[in-house]
Design a protein around this ligand. Structure first.
Ligand code: HEC
Length: 150
């Protein structure tokens, strides 16, 4: 019995691993217009955060500079990507985005500031500031999600 479990566990782990990206794709299913656009942008941001982590670990500040520069336009566009009433399924946007517009704007500003600081640190070749900036950037993602995403 134990050896059966030992054999089956890696298979389960693999199956879960393979299923994970499919769940992501399903989340976008049925999404259209601005909701799909912003979901795509956020998915892209998740990939860019992974790329940033890798670049920082490799001490490749040039890439950190390029990736953060690529991310900046979305920080500026984000506010316009949430028109009132665009919280219908499959969107995970919370009504607080519209009932607390100042708080949401502040969360976007925090993201923009963290991203800009990380970009500057990378361009200045300051590895310490870049690693702190990356942490602040990650915190700005989760802080916003905590209040404004299901
Ligand atoms: C100012 C708020 C805010 C910030 C900052 C923010 N997000 Fe989000 N994020 C949201 C909201 C709201 C949604 C839900 C959008 C929807 O489903 O309509 C979301 C959705 C997502 C999703 C799911 C997309 C999908 O496929 O459904 C991912 C992944 C994500 N964000 C990653 C990030 C990452 C990584 C960062 C930081 C680099 C970030 N977000 C910064 C508010 C934010």
């Amino acid at each position: 019995m134990r050896s059966f479990i030992k054999r089956i566990l890696p298979l389960i782990a693999t199956a879960l691993f393979l299923a994970a990206p499919m769940q992501g794709a399903q989340a976008h299913e049925g999404a259209s217009g601005i909701v799909k656009e912003r979901m795509d942008k956020f998915s892209q941001a998740r990939g860019q955060m992974r790329a940033l982590r890798g670049a920082l670990q490799a001490g490749d500040l040039a890439s950190v500079g390029t990736i953060t520069a690529d991310m900046l336009p979305w920080a500026k566009e984000m506010a316009d990507a949430f028109p009132e009433g665009s919280d219908k399924a499959p969107s995970e946007a919370l009504p607080a985005i519209w009932t607390d517009p100042d708080g949401f704007a502040a969360a976007i500003a925090a993201y923009d500031e963290a991203l800009t600081a990380l970009n500057k640190a990378a361009l200045a070749g300051d590895a310490n500031a870049a690693s702190n900036g990356f942490r602040s950037l990650g915190a700005s993602c989760s802080n916003c999600h905590r209040s404004y995403r299901k």
